[in-house]
Design a protein around this ligand. Structure first.
Ligand code: ZN
Length: 683
């Protein structure tokens, strides 16, 4: 049988892909690529067309074949696929290191950079070469042979460790469930949550209701369930998962413990940074970002903290007072915070996420979201019915501009077993020039929304709506790019701390009456969100927003300082917890329990790309709020402002520095005021 991953496909052949195809595919591509690079380097002189274009082509082939494997591993996980995926990781990591450390290749790039032709290349091509030279340095091309070897070992080990971290989080999440037979024990839960828990029990042929640690399941318990003991149990299971004190149905407490993995990851990152002559991993992280130094990042976060902590404390004091006065609770435990916050929100604004849900049926919100971007950017989006799929929930869309197709995307919306939690956008194909013409970009958009329950269509909460807009914003950045060099096309080559600009920017439309008017429509009556609910929603928008701000700052400071201050000689195993405790003393305002092991499932920094980079969310939020303030000035559907955002930011991808692109759009450097104003923080 031929390997479907080796055929040149226009789109991934999902239905034919089997776990056993992955490794042979990777081996074949890597061997071809090595040969090809060797051949290219035999040439006497180098230019874009005879070196970089062919390298972009072989890199692209490899990522096109790998993308469905990596995607399926996230959304249709199985033991076989996970093993196959993990078997490929070290091969890819080894190859990446080898290319990054290939001195002849680096010299060939340098030759192009130093030649007269460099000035003739376009901006995207010049940035591609500059980034490549920077990345050669970061890959240790200038190191001695034994240091190069150590670099490779560290990279490979880090790739295994971060993957294992993510697996432990997923396994720990799945290994805990709680069956509740008596509906009375679940009083307070909205219908939609009860329906989901019932559905989860039925899926396992159990009576009653089944609670899991997946978000759509545990979140309603903590927010709505009157049963305090149950909230406590679910809270504790969730915050201790993947740690030495995790609790699971049948496994040992420490079955999925990430403690040692985290310590080793931190130690290796530090060693890696020092190999490359950086003082610490935070400095290495910032080397590719919009921020200019680690100190600038720390100052930025501390400044936001200084502006938010007292308001956050006041918000929490107010919540406590409410709980004491209205419910005679003498002490707020961590598992009480969301619950009373929801009660407080309902009393003050008389609104709950559940009331909004019937007005946000999935198809209406999708159509509304598409209309927003059609108005802003003059594009058109149509759903495709014929495509190769891996699950009935998967949908597929094409984007048109002036009648021609410019991009496509997959949409995988609902939470299910064996699917990684959270929401994200990933690349399937990148826009670039090929010998056959322009290759169109294709994206994967993944969410974990509450699926349809009973006869109703899937109904979103307003939070879910914002998530949908957020991921679509990433998708547009990837799909609307006009850059044809793949290394800086779409989100490629965009500094991590600016990459959340287009996504967070999109969220703003979820709060605009003019947009909500057509984004919403009751699933039975088609009536848009009534003015009364809308007013309440807007009034409630900044409810406890300083508390939310300090929580994000806690994560960001913890991540950054942990990497910045790391000293292997001073680490006696409790460094991570100590760092977190110190940050919490400074910025946390909600109660904590000793069993809180949040860091053990902090996948962003231990399994994803946000190490010493979680601050990027806040950094980019400054950019997105400030960019949106231009629309507030000009009108939220102002076409020329939309057009400018499209041409200066979305289309440009990573072809120029994020700070330059922002300034081209906004006419000045970013300012923090809009973010504080949007968040209702009176600094
Ligand atoms: Zn994002």
């Amino acid at each position: 049988m031929s390997n479907p991953l080796l055929q040149s496909n226009t789109l991934p052949p999902f239905s034919q892909i089997k776990a056993e195809h992955a490794q042979p595919m990777i081996e074949q591509f890597l061997s071809n690529n090595r040969k090809k690079i060797e051949e290219l380097l035999q040439q006497d002189s180098f230019n874009w067309d005879n070196l970089i274009a062919p390298i972009e082509a072989i890199d692209d082939q490899l990522s096109q074949a790998w993308s469905p494997v990596s995607h399926l591993n996230s959304v249709m996980n199985s033991d076989e696929l996970r093993d196959a995926y993990n078997a490929c990781l070290p091969l890819l990591s080894e190859y990446g290191t080898e290319i990054g450390q290939n001195q002849s290749l680096q010299q060939a790039y340098q030759q192009i950079k130093d030649s007269d032709q460099f000035a003739q290349l376009n901006q995207a091509q010049q940035t591609t070469i500059e980034h490549a030279l920077r990345d050669f340095r970061l890959a240790g091309v200038a190191l001695t042979d034994d240091k190069k070897q150590r670099y490779g070992e560290i990279k490979k080990r880090l790739s295994e460790l971060t993957s294992k971290f993510g697996e432990n989080v997923m396994d720990a999440t799945q290994a805990w469930t709680k069956q509740v037979k008596d509906e009375k024990a679940l009083s307070g839960l909205p219908e939609s949550a009860l329906g989901l828990l019932k559905q989860q029990a039925e899926a396992k042929e159990l009576d009653g209701y089944l609670i899991t640690l997946e978000f759509p399941s545990f979140f309603p318990i903590l927010t709505y369930c009157d049963n305090r003991k149950l909230r406590e149990e679910v809270y504790k299971a969730n915050v201790s998962k993947a740690s030495e004190i995790g609790t699971y149905d049948e496994k040992e407490a420490n079955a999925f413990d990430n403690s040692d993995i985290m310590n080793e990851i931190l130690q290796l990152r530090h060693e890696l940074a020092q190999l490359l002559d950086f003082k610490n991993y935070a400095e290495l992280s910032v080397a590719t970002k919009m921020a200019e130094s680690p100190e600038q990042v720390i100052d930025f976060l501390n400044d936001l903290a200084a502006k938010s902590v007292s308001q956050a404390k006041a918000e929490f004091a107010e919540l406590k007072e409410f709980a004491i006065k209205e419910f005679h609770v003498n002490e707020l435990q961590p598992w009480d915070v969301s619950y009373y916050a929801e009660k407080f929100r309902q009393q003050r604004y008389a609104i709950s996420q559940e009331e909004i849900r019937p007005y946000l049926p999935i198809d209406k919100t999708l159509a509304g979201m598409f209309e927003v971007v059609e108005r802003l950017y003059g594009i058109e989006i149509k759903e495709e019915t014929e495509f190769d799929s891996y699950h009935d929930d998967l949908r597929f869309f094409s984007i048109y501009k002036n009648g021609s197709k410019i991009a496509q995307f997959y949409l995988d919306l609902y939470a299910r077993a064996k699917k990684r939690g959270g929401a994200w956008m990933d690349e399937c194909r990148v826009r670039r020039t090929t010998e056959q013409g322009i290759q169109l970009p294709v994206a994967y958009l993944v969410c974990n929304f509450t699926p349809a329950v009973g006869d109703n269509p899937a109904l979103l909460t307003h939070d879910e709506l914002t998530t949908l807009f957020h991921e679509f914003g990433h998708g547009l950045h990837h799909m609307l790019t006009q850059i044809d060099a793949s290394a800086v096309s779409g989100i490629n080559g965009v500094a991590w701390d600016a990459v959340e600009l287009p996504s967070q920017f999109m969220e703003n439309w979820c709060y605009e009456p003019e947009a909500l008017d057509f984004i919403s429509g009751h699933h039975e009556t088609s009536e848009p969100l009534p003015k009364e609910l809308l007013d309440k929603l807007l009034a409630a928008k900044n409810f406890q927003s300083a508390m939310m701000m300090v929580r994000q700052l806690e994560f960001a400071l913890f991540d950054f300082l942990m990497h910045y201050n790391y000293d292997p000689a001073a680490d006696h195993g409790s460094y991570i917890q100590d760092t977190l405790n110190r940050v919490r003393e400074k910025v946390a305002v909600v109660p904590l329990i000793a069993e809180n092991r949040f860091q053990h499932s902090f996948s962003h920094i231990f399994a994803g790309g946000y190490a010493a980079g979680y601050y990027s969310y806040k950094w980019a939020e400054v950019l997105s709020a400030d960019a949106f303030s231009k629309f507030e000035e000009d009108g939220i559907f102002n076409q020329s402002t939309g057009q400018k955002f499209l041409t200066e930011i979305l289309e440009k991808g990573g072809s120029d520095e994020a700070g330059v692109l922002f300034k081209n759009f906004r006419g000045r450097d970013p300012e923090v005021d809009a973010l504080l104003r949007h968040s209702g923080i009176k600094a």
